[in-house]
Design a protein. Structure first.
Length: 203
């Protein structure tokens, strides 16, 4: 499930010192993704980092780090496997942040009800009519994405972030303003990064 890590991040978890793990695989095919190798091009070519290694590392950081950010790829495609890992992290006293594309609203609800999720960052890819093009798919059911937006606002009112990447010639500032009106929330603009090969290290 986990393909990469950062032992310390000052920016991934707002207001907290954290580590970050990167899960492999994704259900989107965003051509502009800067983690496309582990997301959908060749995730199987990267060895899994055992979750036990990560647990041991986090134990060594008790009192030093506040939490763990789980990003990807798309973490929620790992379902119960992900939820168990989140609980293990939470049981050690750490905060847990999830980065998601919003395609699995049920998992977000389950994590909330199990009290194993503290913060959610959801990537808004574009205005709804341009979503399939932006995520590299011919068609896309937007129902789960719209549901996730409402769930995140409801269950994590003070602990969420909607964000969008300003992809050249695809996402425009007027699109962002339109989406802010549609979802009735602010959206953080992320700068575009050119796709690059993903470097994966062990703990």
């Amino acid at each position: 499930m986990i393909k990469g890590y950062e032992k310390l991040t000052l920016v991934d978890f707002p207001g907290h010192l954290a580590a970050t793990v990167f899960t492999g695989n994704c259900n989107f095919r965003c051509p502009w993704c800067h983690n496309k190798d582990i997301s959908y091009i060749k995730p199987d070519s990267f060895p899994d980092i055992p979750e036990s290694d990560i647990i041991e590392f986090m134990k060594s950081r008790i009192g030093k780090l506040h939490g763990l950010c789980i990003t990807g790829g798309e973490p929620t495609i790992w379902g119960e496997h992900l939820l168990i890992f989140m609980k293990n992290i939470k049981d050690m006293g750490f905060l847990v942040k999830l980065d998601t594309n919003g395609t699995n609203p049920d998992l977000i609800v389950t994590a909330y009800k199990r009290n194993i999720l503290d913060y959610v960052a959801m990537d808004i890819k574009n205005i709804f009519e341009k979503y399939p093009e932006t995520v590299g798919l011919k068609s896309l059911d937007l129902t789960p994405i719209k549901k996730s937006i409402e769930i995140i606002k409801k269950y994590f009112p003070e602990n969420h972030q909607f964000r969008i990447t300003l992809v050249p010639d695809l996402v425009f500032e007027e699109d962002i303003h339109k989406m802010e009106e549609i979802i009735n929330d602010s959206i953080t603009i992320q700068p575009y990064k050119k796709p690059q090969n993903t470097e994966v290290n062990g703990w």
